[in-house]
Design a protein around this ligand. Structure first.
Ligand code: NAP
Ligand code: ZN
Length: 358
């Protein structure tokens, strides 16, 4: 690999299996870094994109927005990173960097639009390519350093799943004395449980079966609620300060809104293909409904610091990049515990990390 081309796995159309594909990296701009990837997590957003749940895409798509790797090149104006440093990139690959949101460190809400790490057409026409690949070139504003104490594969999911649950919990006032429920204990949800626990809340894991009940306390849940069981739901009637929904499928929200205290918060981050039912009478007790989109680079850094302090890392299954199609099928079937991370170059990580926790 020269560094100007990258090997990847790409989807060439909706619902198609990913295939090996070599693509041209975009020219390294003065503010860009190039990284060689060691690992990349599989987010359910990758599945929605590949399966056409979110409509037409700029095919071919190279998915992956939980990238961990090492800097191989830096543009002339980059001062934040050096060659050889461990870096991560999440779901955002670019923004205008000029609007009021970008200027106030909320790049994820850029007024010109959110440009993803993959599938986004940049102003020069280049379509961004994600982390199911060997190399990435990205503006250095959207890369972050990874704290030493977290292993590379366990850090990868923090870049999307971690920040996507941390940001709404923080905005809703998650903390000591609050009862917080996380709906859907998948890649996002299991980190939501860990983070809400670290923020000091009383945490309830809300799941669609009993299959995750035994493990939930190890993740940091104080209680478990199988939300398909009406008797269990009754016990938690009007008791939550915050509910965070991370479910990837459409849901009837009625039963969940009944669980929230007056003045409480319902935050949604799940992005299923169909609309969700939202009955007006269910949120008349001054319940705030909000949604968030990942988090900004500075919020990602803040979340990583919290994770380092509380020894929080994702619970993962590692699979090889070549097995990506089977791994995607496991996610479609809700089988992973709790995030699959694709190994792209484990030897690179070993060389850089030496004796440290891999
Ligand atoms: P995931 O690992 O597949 O987890 C989703 C969880 O949803 C499952 O583990 C399952 O939890 C629950 N679930 C799935 N199907 C269900 C059904 N039919 N009924 C009830 N519950 C069901 O997915 P993820 O990677 O965490 O992503 C979750 C969602 O967040 C996706 O829609 C993704 O696109 C979205 N997302 C949004 C943002 C954002 O910025 N807003 C960022 C990243 C991802 P239980 O087994 O516990 O029920
Ligand atoms: Zn994601």
């Amino acid at each position: 690999m020269t560094g100007d081309k990258s090997f990847s796995y790409a989807a060439h159309g909706p619902k198609q299996a990913l295939e090996p594909w070599e693509f041209d990296l975009r020219p390294l701009g003065p503010e860009d870094i190039e990284m060689k990837l060691a690992y990349c997590g599989i987010c359910h957003s990758d599945i929605h994109t590949i399966d056409g749940d979110w409509g037409s895409q700029n095919w071919p798509i190279v998915p992956g927005h939980e990238l961990i790797g090492y800097v191989t090149k830096v543009g002339d104006k980059v001062t934040k990173f050096k060659v050889g440093e461990r870096v991560g990139v999440g779901a955002q690959g670019a923004s205008c960097l000029k609007c009021s949101e970008c200027k106030s460190h909320q790049e994820n809400y850029c007024l010109e639009g959110f440009l993803g790490t993959y599938g986004a057409k940049l102003s020069d026409g280049y379509v961004t390519k994600g982390g199911y690949a060997h190399f990435q070139r990205v503006h250095n504003n959207f890369a972050v350093k990874i704290p030493e104490g977290i292993s590379s594969p366990e850090a990868a999911p923090l870049l999307c799943a971690g920040i996507t649950t941390y940001a709404p919990l923080k905005y809703a006032g998650c903390g000591k004395g609050k009862k917080v429920g996380i709906i859907g204990i998948g890649g996002l949800g299991h980190l939501g449980v860990k983070l809400a626990n670290a923020m000091g809340a009383h945490v309830v894991a809300l799941s669609s079966s009993d299959s995750k009940r035994d493990e939930s306390s190890k993740l940091g849940a104080h209680e478990y609620l199988n939300h398909t069981n009406p008797e269990e739901l009754k016990k938690h009637h009007k008791s939550f300060d915050i509910l965070l929904c991370t479910v990837s499928a459409p849901l009837d929200l009625t039963k969940f809104l009944k669980l929230i205290k007056p003045h409480g918060h319902f935050c949604n981050v799940g992005l299923p293909e169909e609309d969700m039912k939202l009955p007006p009478f269910a949120f008349q007790h001054h319940i705030s409904i909000s949604g968030t989109l990942v988090g900004s680079p500075s919020e990602i850094e803040e979340m990583l610091e919290l994770c380092a302090k509380h020894h929080i890392a994702a619970q993962i299954e590692i699979d090889q990049l070549e097995n990506v199609n089977a791994a995607l099928d496991r996610v479609r079937k809700n089988l992973p515990r709790y995030r699959i991370v694709l190994a792209i170059d484990e030897e690179l990580d070993r060389q850089h990390r030496g004796g440290q926790k891999q």
